[in-house]
Each structure stands twice: as structure tokens, then as C-alpha cells.
Design a protein around this ligand. Structure first.
Ligand code: HEM
Length: 155
């Protein structure tokens, strides 16, 4: 049974703003998801304790804490607001379910990036540059899939 508060009718007038803020947050989140693994690739070449390594730690911390964490939260808040807006999502369509799976994957990947960030911070990284170059493809492929789902809506 659908609860009384669903869908949330006052969100209708806000719809263009909610969508604009969702896309702005997505861009900031994706910028970080694509750039942080690349920083890890370069960080692998810097000896622990070196000046370069300490500089990478500062760049990684700022990217994760000041941009990616708030952008991920904002993406979820505005994305869920869009889901709650009357008439926007037809749950009988397939695309929304594929999108939800890919977004959960991106959120999981964000947490993996945070774990790798902590390992670098403690000079305890166990992976090589090839690993991070490979991992760089995960957000790229997920983002391509999500954009095709929301724009093309193939099923
Ligand atoms: C975090 C959880 C997310 C939720 C709950 C969510 C949900 C939604 C919903 C319900 C819409 C509205 C579709 C419409 O207006 O018809 C939307 C639009 C959109 N989403 Fe998300 N989304 C999320 C994350 C993402 C991510 C990670 C990306 C990109 C990588 C993304 C890209 C987009 C784009 C580009 C649109 C605009 C599509 C259009 O022009 O109609 N979303 N999202």
C-alpha cells in the first residue's frame, strides 16, 4: 500500500530546480570519482615520506572531504526528491532499476576510494598504478550506463 505522503505534491513546483541541483551535484561527484583514482596512479610513483607523496595526500583529502562527500550526499538528496516528485518515475519501466543498481555501485566505489585514501594517508597502500588505472574505468562505465538510462530510456 502506498503511504499518504507519497508522492510528495509540493515537490511538483520545484521539479526544474530539483533536477538542476541534481545534475550540478552529479557533475561535482563524478569529477571526483574520475580524478581521485588518477591521483592514486601518480601517488604510487611517489616514495612514502617524500614531498610529492605529502602533497598528494593533501590533494586527495581536499578532493574527498570538500568536494566528493558533500556532492555524493547532494546527489542522493536531490535524486530521491526527484523519485518522490509526482509523475516523474514509472517504476514499471526497466531503466530506473538499472540506474538504481549502477548508482549503488558508484556509492560502493566511493567508499572503496575512501578506504584507499586512508591507506595512502598511512603510507600503507598495497596496490600498484596498474590497479588504479583499471579502477579508473569503473566510474567511467557506470556514468555512461546511467546517462544512457536516464536520457535514452531504452526499456
Ligand atoms: C544517487 C542516487 C540517484 C537517484 C535517486 C537519482 C534519481 C533520478 C531521478 C528520479 C531523475 C529524474 C528523471 C526525470 O526527470 O525524468 C534523475 C535525473 C537525472 N539523473 Fe539521477 N539519480 C541518482 C544519481 C545519479 C547519478 C550518479 C547520475 C550520473 C552519473 C545521474 C544522472 C542524472 C541525469 C543526467 C538526470 C537528468 C535526466 C533528464 O534530463 O531527464 N543521477 N535522477
Amino acid at each position: 500500500m502506498t503511504p499518504d505522503w507519497f508522492p510528495v505534491h509540493w515537490l511538483t513546483g520545484l521539479y526544474p530546480w530539483t533536477k538542476a541541483l541534481h545534475v550540478i551535484s552529479v557533475i561535482a561527484w563524478m569529477a571526483g570519482q574520475l580524478y581521485l583514482p588518477r591521483l592514486f596512479v601518480y601517488h604510487c610513483a611517489a616514495a612514502p615520506g617524500s614531498e610529492a607523496s605529502e602533497t598528494f595526500k593533501v590533494m586527495e583529502r581536499r578532493l574527498l572531504r570538500a568536494i566528493m562527500n558533500p556532492a555524493m550526499i547532494a546527489t542522493w538528496v536531490f535524486g530521491i526528491s526527484l523519485l518522490l516528485t509526482p509523475g516523474i518515475v514509472d517504476w514499471a519501466a526497466g531503466w530506473i532499476w538499472v540506474k538504481v543498481v549502477l548508482v549503488v555501485l558508484l556509492t560502493f566505489f566511493h567508499h572503496l576510494l575512501a578506504l584507499w585514501f586512508k591507506a595512502f594517508r598511512a603510507d600503507a597502500n598495497k596496490h600498484d598504478a596498474r590497479f588504479f588505472r583499471f579502477m579508473n574505468e569503473v566510474p567511467t562505465l557506470a556514468m555512461i550506463g546511467i546517462v544512457i538510462m536516464v536520457i535514452v530510456r531504452p526499456f
